[in-house]
Design a protein around this ligand. Structure first.
Ligand code: NAD
Length: 471
């Protein structure tokens, strides 16, 4: 029982391995390859070599590979969902949803492969442009380095691998230390689907060791990173002129107007606050509620939150399970304690092993970490506001800007907020914790650079070439 590296279409024994433990019960899951610098270089070499093959494959065949991979993943959905549940501590129902979304992301990628259009340029709009025909084409760029986080170990990997293959690139994938197994499974599915050897290589191991190898290698043409802002900034500083996409964290806010569908809003807010124990980049972390309905919102929220079931990720009825590791648990508890010391009222926050029960924080000091930083845990802060302007100002008072949501029945309020919120995506009558896999998706400020969502990732993984014909 050991998970080897996957390089150039074969399982390659590594020099070193680490033990992977279940975040919920601490049991040993597997031993996994911890790649060295040299092993990463071998993967880059394989991907660089395979690019010659990949770029010659026509779009309809790349689409066929992606469609087949989607089909195989769909057939193996339950097996893959269990792997996600075990390595990530993700409740099984949520793990199944992730697999089903990944199938869709692959199908969007297949469709994208066939519908990547350039544009024709009206050359004669400029003096001297007469009798010339100009048009753009998209070309693959070469080897993409994909570095991914633990929280959606399959779908966020597919969001990089799918578009890369759709445009004809090859990939070196460095999955998160805690969740490499879904990536290795995905690679075997792609192999079964007919992807050429070397087009997708999986290299598990330590980020700080392997990151600099990819950022400093000239054969890597693009770094696509999803993870924390601290690592994102480091990668950017190391990447020189490589293309780069950074999908980073946030402390997303939901704004609740006095006139809205309160029952639906509360139901969605509880989902946004506690899904996958808050370990979601668009986790609903801050909720700004109009004072006219604040009390009834909090009462209804507490009622719903108390109904969530805590337990084993493999149990069908579990809503909330362990956070990813002991370090994360301790940090989240320390932040809750800091808020309490600064005068907040805290409901929940009990622990059992790595599980933290759903936690609601009222009257939090605006300087407390639970308000200003990304908690990445099952904690939500609810705050009372006098107006929607105040709610928008408070939402924008953040170093992050990924998603924001607003519930209101007033169209003017909705649109004013939508234009004033400094974020990548605004969801009207929806929580910020909402994403479909073809939506353009990415942040401003410390939440990142660039956009994913299949079509947008494909654009960022290609070069636009202009061709001009003088007639
Ligand atoms: P992380 O930054 O700790 O790790 C992400 C990846 O980076 C891992 O594969 C890790 O091994 C690697 N890494 C670590 N140090 C590195 C280095 N020096 N050089 C190169 N790679 C390195 O993040 P995490 O804890 O796995 O995930 C949580 C974070 O990801 C949160 O901040 C969350 O908001 C963010 N996230 C963002 C999105 C999004 O789409 N915006 C989606 C999911 C998660």
């Amino acid at each position: 029982m050991a998970r080897h590296l996957f390089i150039n279409g074969i399982d390659v024994q590594a020099n070193d391995y680490y033990e992977l433990y279940n975040p919920f019960d601490g049991s040993l899951i597997d031993t996994v390859a911890r790649a060295s610098r040299e092993e990463m270089l071998a993967a880059i070499e394989a991907a660089d070599h395979a690019f010659q093959t990949m770029k010659a494959i026509p779009a309809h065949k790349r689409a066929d590979i992606l469609y087949r991979a989607a089909q195989i993943l769909e057939e193996r959905a339950e097996e893959v969902a269990r792997v996600i549940a075990i390595e990530a501590g993700k409740p099984i129902r949520a793990a199944r949803t992730e697999v089903s979304r990944s199938v869709q992301t692959l199908r969007f990628s297949a469709e994208g492969a066939k519908s990547m259009y350039g544009e024709s340029i009206p050359m004669d709009a400029a003096r001297g442009g007469e009798n010339r025909l100009g048009f753009t084409v998209f070309e693959p760029i070469g080897v993409v380095a994909a570095i991914t986080p633990f929280n959606f170990p399959l779908n966020l990997v597919v969001h990089k691998v799918g578009p890369a293959i759709a445009v004809g690139n090859t990939v070196v994938l460095k999955p998160a230390e805690q969740t490499p197994l879904s990536s290795y499974l995905l690679a075997s599915i792609f192999q079964q689907a007919g992807l050429p050897d070397g087009a997708l290589n999986v290299v598990s191991g330590d980020g700080p060791v392997l990151g600099p190898v990819v950022t400093q290698d000239d054969r890597i043409k693009k770094v696509s990173f999803t993870g924390s802002p601290e690592v994102g900034k480091l990668i950017r500083s190391q990447s020189g002129l490589k293309k780069i996409t950074l999908e980073l964290g946030s402390n997303s806010a939901l704004i609740v107007d006095r006139h809205c569908d309160l029952a639906r809003c509360v139901e969605r807010a509880v989902e946004g606050a506690f899904a996958y124990a808050g370990q979601v980049c668009i986790h609903t972390q801050r909720i700004y509620v109009h004072e006219g309905i604040y009390d009834s919102f909090v009462t209804a929220f507490r009622e719903k939150m108390d109904q969530l079931k805590i337990g084993d990720p493999l149990d069908e009825s579990t809503d909330i399970s362990a956070v990813i590791n002991e370090r994360s648990r301790q940090r989240i508890l320390a932040w809750i304690e800091e808020a309490r010391q600064l005068g907040a009222t805290v409901y929940g926050g009990r622990t059992d092993g790595n599980v933290i029960s759903p936690t609601l924080v009222l009257n939090a000091d605006p300087q407390s970490k639970l308000v200003c930083q990304e908690v990445f845990g099952p904690v939500v802060v609810i705050d009372r506001v006098e107006s929607m302007e105040e709610a928008v100002q408070k939402t924008n008072r953040s170093r992050y800007g990924l998603n924001a949501g607003i519930f209101t029945q007033d169209l003017t309020t909705a649109f004013q907020a939508a234009r004033q919120l400094h974020v990548g995506q605004v969801l009207i009558n929806e929580i910020p914790t909402f994403r479909l896999d073809h939506m353009p998706y990415g942040g401003v400020k410390d939440s990142g650079v660039g956009r994913e969502g299949v079509k947008y990732a494909m654009q960022e993984m290609s070069e636009t070439k202009l061709i001009v014909v003088t007639l």
